[in-house]
Design a protein around this ligand. Structure first.
Ligand code: ATP
Ligand SMILES: Nc1ccn([C@H]2C[C@H](O)[C@@H](COP(=O)(O)O)O2)c(=O)n1
Length: 237
């Protein structure tokens, strides 16, 4: 090995795998994207993949409450995630799905679809393949990343925040009538968390070795700084 190559190998940051889990609205997407961008890593939103498969089911007339029908169809859509943290993408059968996956209709149906074991098996395989193909390291966010998708992740974070704080954050994103109904936003968020935590297959849960960060009283910038420090410590270890 030449001196230059040897020096580069010594100084290049290690390709770490970071898993960030937590309930809805705790700040997983915002912080994961920012941490990945700051540290030159890739970024994967696993929730967007569950939303994408849900959107495909709804678009193709599959009854999302019929677990057998969802299971039969689980292998059909082609789902492709772009992992640039400054411009993440999600496509279904070659079409951009980034808009349609954020509708209320998809949000209301996604917990039922993501509880189906065949759906989880399919997406977990896809997520592992994406993480394995990221030599720069990757920040993967979701509900079961630390427990199931990447149990050997180098850094595991579990974000929490009070339901009140999360509802206020979500309402801030909405406009007009929707924004006024803070109580309804909070109730919908708590209902989705209960469904995601209560399902049999890889429920929303904190991995035993995850660092829990309560973001209720923290600004977004403070959470990002905290996570960047945790990842940098691991990279330089
Ligand atoms: N610490 C924070 N302080 C204030 N607002 C925040 C904080 N973290 C995130 N937010 C805001 O809260 C909203 C929800 O954040 P984000 O989408 O990142 O959460 P999430 O955990 O990924 O949610 P979901 O699981 O539903 O996708 C966004 O508008 C974001 O800007
Ligand atoms: N690893 C994951 C990620 C997401 N889900 C399900 C449960 C969520 O309610 C839904 C949407 O996720 P969001 O966009 O809110 O992050 O997807 C899951 O089961 N496992």
């Amino acid at each position: 090995m030449s001196d230059t190559v040897e020096t580069a190998a010594r100084t290049a940051p290690a390709a770490v795998i970071v898993g960030i889990d937590g309930p809805s609205g705790t700040g997983k997407s915002s912080t994961s994207k920012a941490v990945a961008a700051k540290l030159g890593m890739r970024y994967l939103d696993t929730g967007a993949q569950y939303r994408a498969i849900t959107w495909w089911m709804l678009s193709n007339g599959i009854d999302v409450d019929d677990a057998a029908a969802v299971a039969d169809a689980a292998g059909k859509p082609e789902i492709v995630s772009g992992t640039d943290p400054s411009a993440p993408t999600i496509a279904v059968d070659g079409a951009d799905a980034s808009g349609p996956i954020r509708t209320q209709q998809v949000t209301a149906a996604v917990s039922a679809v993501s509880a189906v074991p065949e759906v989880r098996t399919r997406l977990t395989e896809l997520q592992r393949a994406i993480a394995a193909g990221a030599p720069e390291g990757i920040v993967v966010e979701g509900r079961d990343v630390g427990t199931t998708v990447l149990p050997d992740a180098d850094v595991k974070i579990y974000l929490t925040a009070s339901p009140e704080a999360r509802a206020a954050r979500r309402s801030g994103e909405l406009k007009g009538k929707e924004a006024a109904d803070l109580a309804a936003t909070q109730a919908a968020l708590v209902k989705r968390d209960a469904a995601d935590s209560g399902r049999k297959t890889s429920p929303l849960a904190k991995a035993a070795d995850a660092v829990e960060v309560d973001t209720t009283e923290l600004t977004l910038e403070q959470v990002i700084e905290c996570l960047v420090t945790l990842v940098e410590e691991k990279r330089s270890a």
